[in-house]
Structures are given as structure tokens and as C-alpha cells.
Unconditional design. Structure first.
Length: 247
């Protein structure tokens, strides 16, 4: 009788988490992310005189909001880019578990990135207040903080969805980075363009969530945008990964 040894999900999760920390790409991405966050916070704090903790943390989050989705794309396309899918899916034939183990660390990283941005903003808030001679603002609105964190998670999920859908890192990264510019153009096409952006552009629809002022109408628009850019691409992408022939 043949006994099948299943790989525990915790083991898969540790392996995929380690890939975010000890590969060349992850080290470079982490370094760029940290440098960009520090530069943005220092620039805004010292040159504009901003000494508000939330504003500076949000500034640090700009770099993270761009790079974390890219990291998500690289995570879910890595097996296909490096031609290791055959080995991975031979060791763990249940591809859904592998995808889950790849996605969870990226989403957790989005939450941790927000905490890191706050930690970076704390000393810069004090330094900016001292250098510019203004009073520091330390208050944090819980709704805005949670909304900002949720927005970061949604951005990371968008990157994961795009990576799964296309299974090609360069194409997914280009589309992810170009899409905001396209929507910026669409919003200038008049009322119709602005309405389309409110319902279909994830960044525009997420503004109310980011500000902690989400209403019923805002929630409906955000749900539509999440469906277009996260739910549908991820569902189709999962099906593609589950059914794709591995050579």
C-alpha cells in the first residue's frame, strides 16, 4: 500500500514567506522600498514643514503602495518565470494550497508595511517639528488608519490578481503601473470619464476608504472596482494556474 505524505500548509507558508526575505529580488525590493520611504518622508517633513504623524506615515506608504503590488506579481509569477512550477507542483500537487501560501505573506507584508511607515514617521515628525519650529501633531484617527491599511492590502491583492491572471511578470507589472496614468486621462474626458473612474478605478474608488469617510455609495463604488481589478482577475487567474499544463 502506498502512503501519501501531505506537506503541511504551515511548511508551505514558511517556504513562501522565506522567499520574500532571502531571494535577491526580495532583498533589492526591500532596500528600494526602505530608501524610497525614507526619502519621501524626509523630503516632505523637512522641506514642506509637515509635522503631522499620519501625513508623514501616509507619505512613506506611497512607495510601499507602488512596490508591494509589484512584489506580489513577482511572487505568483516566479514559478513560471524560473521554470520551477514542475518541481513545486510535483511536491505539492494541490496548486490551490501553493497559491494560498504565496498570497498570504504578501497581504501580511502590506499590513506590516503600514506599521513600518508609522515607525519611520514617528522620529521624522519630531525632527520636522524641531527643525521647522512648529508643533507636532501626534493624533491618529482610527478610521483613517484602518482605511489606509485596508487600501494597502487591496493594492497588494490587485498585484497578486494581475500576476495570476497573466502569469507573466513583465506584462503584469507594466499593466499595473500604466493603469493609473490611463485612468488619469479618462477622468479628464468630462462627467462620463469621471463617473467611470469612480466606479472602475480602484485608486479613485478607494479614496473614501483611505480617508476613513466611507458611505454606502462609496462602498458600492469600491465593491465594483474591487470586483473588476481583484475578484474577477484573481478568480480567472486561479483557474488558469489550476488547469495550466506544466512542462
Amino acid at each position: 500500500m502506498t502512503t501519501t505524505h501531505r506537506i503541511p500548509f504551515g511548511t508551505l507558508l514558511r517556504v513562501e514567506t522565506r522567499k520574500l526575505l532571502d531571494t535577491r529580488t526580495s532583498v533589492i525590493m526591500t532596500g528600494v522600498l526602505a530608501a524610497a520611504a525614507l526619502a519621501l518622508v524626509a523630503g516632505r517633513g523637512l522641506f514642506t514643514g509637515t509635522a503631522d504623524l499620519y501625513t508623514l506615515a501616509n507619505t512613506a506608504g506611497i512607495a510601499m503602495g507602488v512596490l508591494l503590488p509589484v512584489l506580489g506579481i513577482l511572487t505568483v509569477t516566479g514559478e513560471w518565470s524560473h521554470r520551477t512550477a514542475l518541481t513545486t507542483f510535483t511536491l505539492e500537487p494541490r496548486r490551490g494550497r501553493v497559491l494560498a501560501a504565496q498570497c498570504l505573506p504578501v497581504l501580511a507584508a502590506a499590513v506590516l508595511a503600514c506599521l513600518a511607515a508609522l515607525l519611520v514617521a514617528v522620529p521624522m515628525t519630531a525632527l520636522s517639528a524641531a527643525v521647522r519650529g512648529v508643533e507636532a501633531t501626534w493624533g491618529l484617527d482610527v478610521a483613517r488608519l484602518l482605511g489606509w491599511t485596508a487600501t494597502s492590502v487591496l493594492s497588494a491583492a490587485e498585484g497578486l490578481a494581475m500576476g495570476m491572471l497573466l502569469m507573466n511578470a513583465p506584462a503584469a507589472i507594466v499593466i499595473y503601473l500604466v493603469t493609473p496614468m490611463v485612468w488619469s486621462f479618462v477622468t479628464r474626458l468630462g462627467p462620463v470619464g469621471a463617473t467611470l473612474a469612480e466606479w472602475l478605478d480602484l485608486n479613485t474608488a478607494g479614496n473614501a476608504l483611505m480617508d476613513g469617510s466611507m458611505g454606502a455609495g462609496d462602498a458600492a463604488r469600491l465593491a465594483a472596482a474591487v470586483g473588476v481589478w481583484v475578484v474577477i482577475p484573481m478568480a480567472v487567474g486561479v483557474l488558469r494556474v489550476l488547469r495550466k499544463d506544466v512542462q
